[in-house]
Ligand binder design. Structure first.
Ligand code: PBG
Ligand code: ZN
Length: 323
């Protein structure tokens, strides 16, 4: 039944036919919009590595959450920038820390908006690593309790989902046990299971002021060359009690998204990172590409690879373009 009986162009002839046979849908509801909430600032501060994204005071974070609601965006994910940092990252598990305060304020103003909180110490440690440092290495087991305290504190503040992003071993099981112990049995965990040691986090680290002061994160984040190991990490997190899984970054790791999707049954989140965002913004600003088409194509590609949900700094623009 090949040509000329078969003509693939028949179903591509009109906008309506293309819509009818479209395999992948992109919707604002499936997007998560990241917010950077900074302690001790008033208003908004631009982030030079991420055009269009700003550090926000709590008041401005509530306003930004409001525009996400108005656009039909599914959720926001909060990252905190504390006024002071210390070796143990105590701002992360302070009940009056910046993320806890922002969570309470956003949930009070927008009770139906899903608030996800990033569970990690690197924004709060003076050395910038994701855990407690002993000598030149990050102490896995000593970090687990601090992550668990962070998750419990955030959930008590009203976080709907907690999202550990540190890549310590055993953190999902440890956090699940701590949440259950604190009667937070209904709080889901979004596990950053396949988080690669990536150059694409550069813009984020400038935004969150969380670059490691020495060394790098290759002792805990995944080697970009390893796909099977990412699958293994995902399966371990399923076993430890994760409710959702993540692959991060997204665009250079579409094969990992596909493999994890096929080998697990959990909802899969892809993180379209700051580097992916800024690359496109820079190309669009230089006039190399049409921003709207490129963004929608990139996000559709991430969904087609197998992601159910996308965390993206393009969320507001994409939501607007999709309506
Ligand atoms: C903190 C964290 C990072 C990101 C999310 N949580 C950065 C890192 O691990 O260095 C990256 C987000 C982005 O690049 O947009 N652990
Ligand atoms: Zn971290």
């Amino acid at each position: 039944m090949a040509f000329p009986k078969t003509r693939m162009r028949r179903l591509r002839a009109t906008h309506q036919l293309r819509g009818l046979v479209r395999e992948t849908q992109l919707a604002a509801q499936d997007l998560i919009y990241p917010l950077f909430v900074a302690e001790g600032i008033s208003g908004r501060e631009p982030i030079w590595t991420m055009p269009g994204i700003e550090r926000l005071s709590i008041t401005e974070a509530v306003a930004e959450a409001g525009s996400a609601v108005a656009l039909g965006i599914g959720a926001v994910i909060l990252f905190g920038i504390p006024a002071t940092k210390d070796p143990e990252g105590s701002g992360a598990y302070d009940d009056d820390g910046i993320v806890q305060l922002a969570t309470r304020a956003i949930k009070a103003a927008h009770p139906d908006l899903i608030v996800v909180t990033d569970v990690c110490l690197c924004e709060y440690t003076d050395h910038g690593h994701c855990g407690v440092v002993r000598g030149l290495t990050v102490d896995n087991d000593a970090t687990l309790d601090l992550l668990a305290r962070t998750a419990v504190s955030q959930a008590r503040a009203g976080a709907d989902i907690v999202a550990p992003s540190d890549m310590m071993d055993g953190r999902i099981g440890h956090i699940r046990a701590a949440l259950d112990e604190a009667d937070l049995t209904q709080t889901p965990i979004l596990a950053y299971s396949s988080k690669f040691a990536s150059a694409f986090y550069g813009p984020f680290r400038a935004a969150a002021d969380s670059a490691p002061a020495f060394g790098d994160r290759r002792g805990y984040q995944l080697d970009p060359a390893n796909g099977t190991e990412a699958v293994r990490e995902s399966l371990l997190d399923v076993e430890e009690g994760a409710d959702l899984l993540m692959v991060k970054p997204a665009l250079p790791y579409l094969d990992i998204i596909r493999r994890v999707k096929e080998l697990t049954q959990l909802p899969l989140v892809a993180y379209n990172t700051g580097g992916e965002y800024s690359m496109l913004k820079a190309a669009a600003a230089a006039g190399y590409m049409d921003e709207r088409q490129a963004v929608l194509e990139a996000l559709t590609g991430i969904r087609r690879a197998g992601a159910d949900i996308i965390i993206t700094y393009h969320a507001k623009d994409a939501a607007l373009w999709l309506t």
